[in-house]
Write a protein that binds this ligand. Structure first.
Ligand SMILES: Nc1nc2c(ncn2[C@@H]2O[C@H](COP(=O)(O)OP(=O)(O)OP(=O)(O)O)[C@@H](O)[C@H]2O)c(=O)[nH]1
Ligand SMILES: [Mg+2]
Length: 453
């Protein structure tokens, strides 16, 4: 996952708050410095970084915590809110009839994402037509046609035509009955005048409702000037960050949004046609921060965990064999909210019947205790609870105001759950099928798993 580095350093910042004996002005200033470093390392533009950290500092030092909320929770929540504000610039793409134009430099993922969007809108029940207006690269139309075929969407193109605006004009007439028309345009290595002229002319002909800038998340600080130039030419309304499955630092892309004043609308998370996620700032930041770490944000987390996400968390644990305390906490929150894990358990071969053994109320009560205990642990301990030795158990218990028995119980439950989770992953056939399902995981697709398992 991209932004792994950023996520890790942000989680360390929160970990510092969690393990501090008390939150005073000194700590807040220190934390803000750490936060600054984390964002700068991820390539976020300096001005933005200072903006965010000054806001955090100002609020943390001056705003009193809400009634019943401790200082740790308060500061954690402020950081979360300010990070959400950093990437949040408005609503997603509306599900209404519209024309969408894709722009971006060479190889950023325009054509691939055009195909992904076609699937996205078709799945929502809207008819889609695609226009291939890349007259620059000979194979571009074929590439788009292949994608169209995959998702059952018609592609309009005029092989040999060199006037992109004319193709668009004809294509729009051809697709006058389609609800959604998406225009794929050509890219270049650099921002040359003729590229800018071409997309300007296309925009004049098509008058697209959305002008989406497709941006490779690996692009660093150059993302800013790129975004600015496209914005000047056509008025960018939204940004799609692609290749989020890579190892990008991501901060450059985040900085780019502030140059266009547009919002991030989708994330590309792989080469497959299904690898597209509607962007949700709160979910994105919650995930980056590692839900479970954010004990103060449990309410937010459980509001926002949907079926899909809980499933993904479970699948991820099964697939990778990696499962830490935060994951368990996150999953418990999901179970408490909607019995998602129960559904999943019921569908996995060998696990049906297991759902009856889950006591949801008891699990809710336990969560309260676990939350307090986890607050007294360091980030490392949550990452790898096996490093917690007897002496630390006593300390953690004392810090959390519970008995050592409670701490041991948390660790025991963690070990059992981990064993269950990772034992699936050892079954090769199972793993392969899981892998296949993961991109577009939904309840129906998981039913197939049961049938063949
Ligand atoms: N891993 C990964 N690869 C992606 C993603 N999106 C696109 N790609 C890959 O990036 C490469 C370029 O994608 P295209 O869609 O052809 O990019 P483009 O912007 O249309 O390129 P030009 O038309 O040449 O300007 C292809 O190999 C895609 O498979 C993504 O989200 N993740
Ligand atoms: Mg292309």
């Amino acid at each position: 996952m991209a932004l792994e580095g950023l996520g890790k350093s942000l989680r360390n910042v929160l970990g510092r708050i969690g393990s501090a004996s008390s939150v005073d002005d000194e700590l807040i200033k220190d934390i803000c410095k750490d936060l600054q470093r984390a964002l700068l390392e991820a390539d976020v533009n300096v001005r933005l970084v200072l903006d965010v950290t000054n806001k955090v500092k100002d609020r943390a030092l001056n705003e009193p915590p809400a009634a019943g909320r401790g200082m740790k929770d308060h500061v954690t929540r402020i950081i979360y809110e300010e990070l959400v504000a950093l990437v949040n610039n408005g609503e997603g793409i509306a599900l209404k009839p519209q024309t969408i134009m894709m722009v971006g430099l060479y190889g950023q993922g325009k054509t691939t994402t055009t195909g992904k969007l076609a699937l996205y809108f078709s799945k929502k029940g809207l008819s889609v037509g695609l226009i291939g207006a890349d007259v620059y690269r000979p194979a571009a139309l074929d590439q788009l046609k292949q994608l169209g075929e995959k998702v059952g969407v018609e592609v309009y193109g005029e092989p040999g035509q060199t006037d992109a605006a004319k193709i668009v004009k004809d294509g729009l007439a051809h697709f006058k009955d389609k609800k959604i028309v998406i225009i794929d345009t050509s890219g270049r290595h650099a921002l040359e005048d003729d590229l800018i002229d071409e997309i300007k002319r296309i925009a004049e002909v098509a008058k697209p409702d959305e002008r989406l800038l497709v941006l490779d998340s690996q692009v660093g600080q150059q993302a800013g000037p790129q975004a600015e130039a496209f914005h000047k030419a056509v008025g960018v309304t939204g940004v799609i960050l692609t290749k989020m499955d890579g190892t990008a630092k991501g901060g450059g892309a985040i900085s780019a949004i502030s140059k266009t004043n547009a919002r991030i609308v989708f994330l590309g998370t792989g080469e497959h046609i299904r690898d597209l996620e509607a962007f949700d700032a709160k979910k994105f930041i919650s995930r980056l921060l590692g839900m479970g770490d954010l004990s103060s944000l449990v309410e937010i987390a459980s509001e926002e965990i949907d079926d899909q996400e809980a499933m993904e968390a479970v699948s991820r644990a099964i697939m990778t064999g990696k499962f830490n305390l935060n994951d368990m906490y996150y999953q418990m929150a999901a179970v408490g909210k909607m019995g998602t894990l129960q559904k999943l358990m019921g569908m996995l071969p060998g696990m049906s019947g297991m759902e009856d053994k889950i006591d949801y109320e008891a699990s809710q009560r336990k969560m309260q205790v676990f939350r307090t205990i986890m607050d007294s642990m360091t980030a490392q301990e949550k990452e790898d609870p096996s490093i917690i030795k007897a002496k630390r158990i006593e300390r953690i218990a004392a810090g959390a105001g519970v008995t050592p028995h409670d701490v041991r119980e948390l660790l025991k439950q963690y070990n059992t759950t981990k064993k269950t989770m990772t034992s699936f992953g050892k079954d090769r056939k199972m793993r392969k099928q899981m892998m296949k399902q993961m991109a577009g995981v939904d309840l129906d697709s998981l039913k197939d798993l049961q049938g063949s398992g």
